[in-house]
Design a protein around this ligand. Structure first.
Ligand code: NDP
Length: 294
């Protein structure tokens, strides 16, 4: 057992909403129990240890880190990480060089069918969030000629275009989504990284090209509803998928862990080479973390 990790950062993520339900709707997520300490992704430094792998000073992460300033954790539940991959920014292991980055990169690679030189347009919903902000940048790096983000504030729209290299951004609160999609995606949509579902996704799918691809990453707009995952689609959207032969397979990052090490090295390289212009910038733009201590 590792004893007493000094706590550095905790992760906040959308699926935690599902853990507040009696049934999370996903077999890999357990519901939080009353009177139990809330837990989630965390990164910290081992303060003292009786474990041979996680020795004092090791930087470790876990998916089930209790929200406490100090915690006693089993060595077998911890993953040791190399802090040089994040240039010492340990919180990156909860974001771009962690599950968030893996979700974005592997989601695009496994389900997006992005081909360099194919003149493809990608749309990302929840684009200023943790996964979306990285997915759009991967889409651009992999060869999409146009990457359009959909998000909920002017500040986020500005950051997507000016800081993260998106081609355009649509504010779904104030703008007419179908009209703006037509303007921003004149050749239609070839790849859709879907984080939110609901009416935003209905509008995007309506403008997708024949043989295009939806990366079904998450459906955050539906998490307050008592429906199974993935939530049912409207009849019209279901029909559009069929008629246009659009693929929409569920993506689960945990199914691709054999590719995680290589993907994390690639993400680390991008961060170091500044291919990702601005990660962790602004209030809720990029991955949101809680810093407990130095
Ligand atoms: P974040 O919390 O970082 O960002 C999500 C963003 O979605 C919010 O900032 C908000 O921004 C937007 N949003 C929230 N509610 C709505 C709504 N009702 N309609 C439209 N937009 C909304 O989330 P993550 O990037 O961590 O997660 C994104 C998705 O990916 C989630 O659905 C999550 O469950 C999923 N996920 C899937 C994984 C997998 O293996 N498939 C792994 C990890 C995450 P705004 O201001 O723009 O509204």
């Amino acid at each position: 057992r590792c004893k007493e990790s000094i706590f550095v950062s905790l992760s906040l993520f959308a699926a935690q909403r599902c853990r507040m339900n009696e049934d999370t709707g996903a077999d890999y997520l357990t519901p939080w129990q009353l009177f139990e300490c809330v837990d989630g992704g965390g990164v910290g430094v081992v303060e003292s240890s009786r474990c041979s792998t996680c020795t004092e000073g090791s930087v470790v992460t876990s998916f089930n880190w209790p929200w406490q300033t100090h915690a006693v954790l089993k060595g077998s539940s911890l993953q040791k990480v190399d802090s040089s991959m994040a240039d010492g920014h340990l919180s990156y292991f909860l974001g771009v060089i962690g599950m968030t980055g893996l979700t974005a990169l592997l989601g695009v690679r496994e389900k997006g069918h992005v081909v360099k030189g194919a003149n493809q347009t990608m749309v990302v919903s929840g684009a200023a969030g943790a996964c979306g902000s990285i997915a759009g940048q991967i889409g651009k790096l992999d060869g999409c000629v146009r990457v359009v983000g959909i998000c909920g504030t002017e500040e986020k729209c500005r950051a997507l275009v000016e800081d993260l290299g998106f081609s355009a951004a649509i504010n779904y609160y104030y703008e007419d989504i179908p009209k703006r999609l037509k303007e921003c995606c004149p050749d239609g949509i070839d790849v859709y990284f879907d984080n939110v579902g609901g009416v935003i996704s209905d509008a995007v799918i309506a403008q997708m090209n024949n043989g295009s691809h939806v990366i079904l990453c998450g459906q955050i707009s539906q998490y307050n509803k008592d429906v199974p995952y993935p939530p049912p689609l409207s009849e019209e959207t279901q029909k559009a998928l069929q008629i246009k032969n659009i693929t929409r397979e569920r993506f689960m990052v945990l199914s691709y862990m054999s590719k995680a090490d290589a993907a994390l090295c690639e993400l680390s390289r991008h961060v170091k080479s500044d291919a990702f212009c601005s990660m962790m910038k602004g209030g809720n733009i990029g991955k949101q973390i809680i810093k407990i201590s130095e």
